[in-house]
Write a protein that binds this ligand. Structure first.
Ligand SMILES: [Zn+2]
Length: 381
């Protein structure tokens, strides 16, 4: 996975004047063209595999992790003590989880465990479970990363105030319905000389796998009546600025960037991660040594609530449909393709191409179809 670094923020908003290809509008001409393109692509892609036996879908089901299982425990987050200075946002206090739940219309949390202290209460999305020291909460069994692990003080479980306001409240307490989605922009990650990661099972490239996934998702959404656009429809190396500018120029209602992950030489890590832009005032889950300016606000921060809404819904659907390890809804600023979006935006890492078992699954077109269907189902719920 490689994400281009944008040199200046201004560059994010420059719309390139190039003859964009708009795909999958409902004309026979474009349908025929896309069918032929898709057919050609499948033929090309099948050349990357090394035989039907190697691409057979694995039947082993990997159960979703529960609180404390290894795939999520590996994540190292900076604790509050490592912050460079005090938070400037007014909601920087630590609040008792039990009291916050009652004051916000949720029931008094039950104590699931006292050592470690783990509390749970019911929400409209299922049970929310939080635990002292764990960097994520579970909501209906789906992991959502917190900026700060909850603290236990005098037998009371405390959560950061901004974590509660920006993460739990929108999911557990919001009564608002999202703006209806009509136009979706799908962004197949990488392209051209930017290959992305390499699949350790068959040598296929992330840029080709994301394009195939995007076509599959686009077709499903078009069949359900959505207007769908792809930032690239061929093996083209696009700048981050071009991807952002394109989505903004057609006034997308939802932007979805598709990627696969890799952590070579570690072959053990596996699972699905879904990212959205970190709200102002909080540290990111992941910054890959890029700066993580907590006080910065980007255009896409205007959609914090809906970024999380769609990230959660898409992530839950993907993990449920595939049985892949749940590596959580996560927050980032360095993924510049999210920052300038003027609509809700998410980035999906659909599995680890560096993990042989997961790489083998991703090599299988049927598995990529399942990934596409899971996102389409989440949008069309
Ligand atoms: Zn990538």
């Amino acid at each position: 996975m490689e994400f281009g670094k944008v040199s200046t923020e201004q560059r994010l908003f420059r719309v390139q004047r190039r003859p964009w290809k708009v795909v999958l509008v409902s004309s026979w001409h474009s349908r025929l063209k896309n069918f032929l393109l898709g057919l050609l692509f499948v033929v090309v892609l099948s050349g990357c595999t090394s035989g039907s036996t190697r691409t057979r879908l694995a039947t082993t089901t990997i159960p979703s992790p529960r609180l404390g299982e290894p795939s999520l425990q590996q994540t190292q987050l900076k604790g509050p003590e490592s912050l460079p200075g005090p938070l400037t946002n007014s909601v920087s206090t630590w609040l008792a989880f039990s009291r916050w739940c009652v004051e916000n219309g949720l029931g008094t949390p039950a104590i699931l465990s006292s050592r470690p202290l783990r509390l749970a209460t019911l929400t409209g999305l299922g049970e929310v479970v939080v635990e002292g020291g764990k960097p994520y909460m579970l909501l209906g069994g789906t992991a959502v990363f917190l900026a700060y692990p909850p603290r236990v003080v005098n037998s009371e479980l405390l959560l950061n105030g901004l974590d509660l306001e920006k993460k739990l409240r929108p999911l557990a307490c919001s009564r608002q319905n999202p703006q209806p989605i009509r136009t979706v922009v799908i962004d197949p990650g990488h392209g051209g000389r930017n290959h992305g990661a390499t699949n350790v099972w068959d040598g296929s490239l992330e840029k080709d796998l994301t394009l195939d996934w995007a076509y599959r998702l686009a077709e499903l959404l078009v069949m359900r009546g959505y207007r769908v656009f792809l930032t690239r429809t061929n093996d083209q190396d696009l700048s981050i600025a071009a991807r952002v500018g394109y989505a903004n120029s057609i006034h997308a209602d939802l932007f979805i960037s598709l990627h696969f992950n890799s952590v070579i030489p570690d072959q053990g890590q596996a699972g699905i991660e879904t990212y959205c832009l970190t709200p102002q005032g909080l540290p990111s889950t992941l910054n890959r040594a890029f700066e993580d300016p907590m006080d910065s606000a980007y255009p896409n921060n205007a959609f914090d609530e809906w970024n999380l809404f769609w990230a959660f819904r898409i992530h839950r659907s993907l993990v449920t449909a595939t049985g892949a390890p749940d590596r959580g809804v996560r927050y980032t600023r360095f993924m510049a393709v999210l920052r300038g979006q003027r609509c809700p935006a998410v980035l999906v890492e659909g599995g680890y191409l560096s993990n042989p078992t997961e790489a083998r699954k991703i090599s299988n077109p049927a598995y990529r179809q399942r990934l596409a269907a899971a996102i389409a189902d989440a949008i069309n719920q």
